[in-house]
Ligand binder design. Sequence first.
Ligand SMILES: C[S@@+](CC[C@H](N)C(=O)[O-])C[C@H]1O[C@@H](n2cnc3c(N)ncnc32)[C@H](O)[C@@H]1O
Length: 329
Amino acid sequence: MPGRPAEFLLVDRLSKDDMFAWFFNFEISMSSTIFAKDGTAQGVAKQRLIETIADSNKRVINDPYAAPFVIGAGFIKLTGHKFMVWLGQKMAPGLHEHLIARTRFLDELIVKSAADGVEQYVILGAGYDSRAHRLDLPVSLKIFEVDQDEIQERKRLKLPKGLPNSEQVTYVTVDFTHQSLSQQLLAAGFDETKSTIFTLEGVSQYITKEALSATLTELKTLNRKSNSTLFLSYVDEAFDKDPEVCFGKGYPNAVKRAELIKSLSAKVGEPWVSFYSEAEIGDLLSQNGFAIQKNVTLEDLNPLYFGPVGRTLPEKQMLKLEHLLIASN
Ligand SMILES: C[S@@+](CC[C@H](N)C(=O)[O-])C[C@H]1O[C@@H](n2cnc3c(N)ncnc32)[C@H](O)[C@@H]1O
């Protein structure tokens, strides 16, 4: 095509699976043991970086601290937002937008909760989330970042020193599959009498249903003396059983695309192991004292976040694989 920039032509020549793997970070854990375990945390940081380099009147979120965690950050900055979003559309239409909408939804929830007077913020499976530093939060808010040891070590090493709110953040090491969240949090200074917001963003698909249930039971213990809000994202069981339901009408190769997402994450040792129906997640939450207040997908957020910046996704690019849910006790 005359006038087509070189990077667009290069992509046309590469296999779709290779590009998909690079774009959504499925290759990282495969190719390097140094980065084992954090391929998915890097993957989300990569999408935040891509969005951040958009013109300020076009972007939906801004994460100035994502770049140190992204392999190929220089290439991404060089090629630019337009190219990277085009690439994302080629690989899995709507996936970049879904991840970015999830970030924005949570950014708004945290800022509002803090303004409403919440006293503690616990980020479960924090990965390379930088909300503690990039959002305008009151100095009185205590923040606990919970994740596995290796991820936190790498995060502390790479985050620039002297970031805003650094003194408010306590790192708490927990592996949800075999460590007690409540014990670790209480030992780190969590106060059971204070109002708290807990967030579990992009994690439930990677842990067993038993581990999620045990984590929610731990929250019930921690919540006995106070009010709390919980944000939880979960992948719709239809994505596993009847994927077409999760895609907009006219989405290209929907079933194949769902299989590709699942098989690539499995291939790199971070498989999606848990999918939920709304009824199942509702039961799990109510057993642990939570009632659902809101449950949305990209379809609901598309007009709110992408419409105002002239980037509304058409139906044929709609991907409703993950639900964003707010519950309270
Ligand atoms: C896809 S990343 C999401 C990171 C972050 N919440 C975000 O959205 O940017 C998944 C995170 O869950 C964490 N995680 C996965 N299994 C875990 C476990 N068993 N215990 C603690 N953290 C876990 C990973 O270390 C990783 O940081």
